[in-house]
Each structure stands twice: as C-alpha cells, then as structure tokens.
Design a protein around this ligand. Structure first.
Ligand SMILES: N[C@@H](CCC(=O)N[C@@H](CS)C(=O)NCC(=O)O)C(=O)O
Length: 199
C-alpha cells in the first residue's frame, strides 16, 4: 500500500455522501485525515477543498483533489485496493441501478434540507412535493429490489446504511420499508459503522 499520510477528506459528520466513503475506508483499514467543512449551505469555496461545486466529500491525496463520492471510492480502490474487496468497481446493471436510485434519493434529500436551512418553506412549493414523492417512490423501488444487495459487506451495503441512517435522522419521509431497514442495519456491529453514525 502506498503511504496515505497526506490524504484529507473534506466532509461533515452528518454527510451521507461522505459517510459511504468513510465506511469504505473503514472497511479497508485505511487512515484519512478528516476536515470538517461545517455548514455545507455556505458558499465559501475554501471549506470544500478544491471542489468548485462547494460540496462534500472531496478527497485530497497529495497534489490530487478528487470530487464526488463514487469517483472518490473508485479512486481509493484503484489506488489502494486493486482486488476491490467491496465491489466498488462492479459493472452489474442491477447493482448500478440501485446505486443510482440511492444517489438520487440522497441528492433530493440534501436539496430539501438545504432549502429549509436557507429559509425556503418547502411545503409551499409544488416542486418540493414532487421531490418528496420521488424519495418515497425511490425507497419503495429499493424495497422491491432489496435482494440485489449482497449478503456480505460491500460498498453497495455501506451506501444503503449511509442513506438509511441519514433518512432516519432528518425524517423527510415515512420509513415504512421493513426489508430495506433490516438490510441497512446489517453492518451496524462493525466498529467503523458505529463510529461514523450521524447524530
Ligand atoms: N454527487 C455528490 C453529491 C455531494 C453532496 O450533495 N454533498 C452535500 C452534503 S451530503 C453537500 O455538500 N451539499 C452542499 C450543497 O449542495 O450546496 C457526491 O456523490 O459526492
């Protein structure tokens, strides 16, 4: 393994996109220096590493900055885990669809939360109604496709745990998706899952 002493992850403790990267790093036993960006609704680019989109996570590895959680995960395994123990580089269409739906739910949730945080009453605009509906429809779709999640710990499973715990914390919709909830809790005993749970 290459020396990762200079790796910094710009994140926030509650960020679900950051957490899936942190869970992967935990699974790989790979150390990273965490840099808390604070309030991600802020528009100060210096808080977000070199990411022009002003979002976390951003990974800085020496001279390199890598944007976007899945891109960061791919970079990490290509650089430090060529055997890809957690199936980050899967090309399975079913798994990639699940990944897309989870990313869509998470991104929509962020928009709702940041809209409220910056003073928008999201109950007053139809656009936000559709966003809430898409989160619920996405979760119902995932519940129907729950068997796509492998039974052993993988990046897809970490992704689910990160999404689910964040939804439980912010309560943007009802979470009556029993099988999905059970599957999301499957890795809760792992120390790096417990240590990164958002509060
Ligand atoms: N596609 C990006 C999404 C990252 C993202 O939306 N991060 C949120 C925090 S969890 C953020 O920093 N949002 C700030 C904003 O949208 O202004 C990824 O996968 O990393």
């Amino acid at each position: 393994m290459k020396n990762g002493d200079e790796m910094h992850l710009f994140y926030t403790p509650r960020s679900h996109f950051s957490r899936k990267v942190r869970l992967l790093l935990g699974g790989l036993g790979k150390e990273v220096e965490l840099v808390d960006a604070g309030n991600v609704a802020e528009s100060n680019p210096t808080l977000f590493g070199a990411n022009p989109l002003m979002k976390v996570p951003t990974l800085v590895d020496g001279e390199r900055a890598i944007f976007d959680s899945d891109h960061i995960a791919q970079y990490i395994v290509r650089t430090y885990d060529p055997k890809d123990h957690f199936r980050v580089l899967t090309t399975d269409v079913g798994e990639l669809n699940v990944r897309s739906v989870m990313n869509g739910i998470m991104a929509t949730e962020v928009e709702l939360i940041l809209a409220e945080r910056t003073g928008i009453d999201t109950r007053a605009h139809r656009r936000f109604d559709k966003m809430r509906e898409s989160i619920s429809a996405g979760l119902a779709w995932l519940e129907r496709h729950v068997d796509v999640f492998p039974r052993e710990p993988t990046y897809l499973g970490f992704h689910l745990t990160a999404m689910w715990d964040h939804l439980e914390l912010y309560q943007v919709c009802a979470l009556n998706f029993e099988r999905l909830g059970e599957r999301a809790a499957e890795w809760n005993a792992l120390p790096y899952v417990t240590a990164t749970k958002p509060t």
